[in-house]
Ligand binder design. Sequence first.
Ligand code: MN
Length: 203
Amino acid sequence: MDKKPYVLPQLGFGYKDLEPYISQEQLQLHHQKHHAAYVNGANAILETLEKNRREGIDGDIKALSKAFSFNAAGHLLHSLFWENLSPPIKEGRPPQGFIAKAIDDEFGSFERFRKEFSQAAIGVEGSGWATLVFCRHTQRPLLMQVEKHNTNVIPMFRVLLVLDVWEHAYYLDYKNDRAKFVEGFWNIVNWATVDLRLEAILK
Ligand code: MN
């Protein structure tokens, strides 16, 4: 098998296209600096592991595997995040299809889901993410907070929707007002992508 490095993905929209909810400067910095750092970090750790194996050096496996989990999960979550964003449209973009039904069945209404997801995002202590995941065992969409990029993650759960609430995601635009950033997020959710993710799991 050909080994491939992790690669920073292109965004499906321009840096200006999420304004006024995420500014060009904020988005560019987040994508080109922060996300890129996780891609480079994950690749560097894999190179270190290979070098250690080649040269017969033990290395600090505990530290390396922890750092790998942090960087690789950071890369994955950011990739999922960009894909579940889209430029705002005036009428708003309520979910449709499988995801709309799944949300109604679990939360009772879209408004109730939005409120709970927002609370999960606003309530993250320090750096982390709010996620809507799908549990294949219970067949239910569930909310999960993720600390940093990789703490509290249960791999069996598939990710439907993520929101980055690290300060680096919003500080230029909103300073410390995370709640306002979370409120703006609802204008730029790409529900079609979220629906496709769920459809792929249900098939
Ligand atoms: Mn981020």
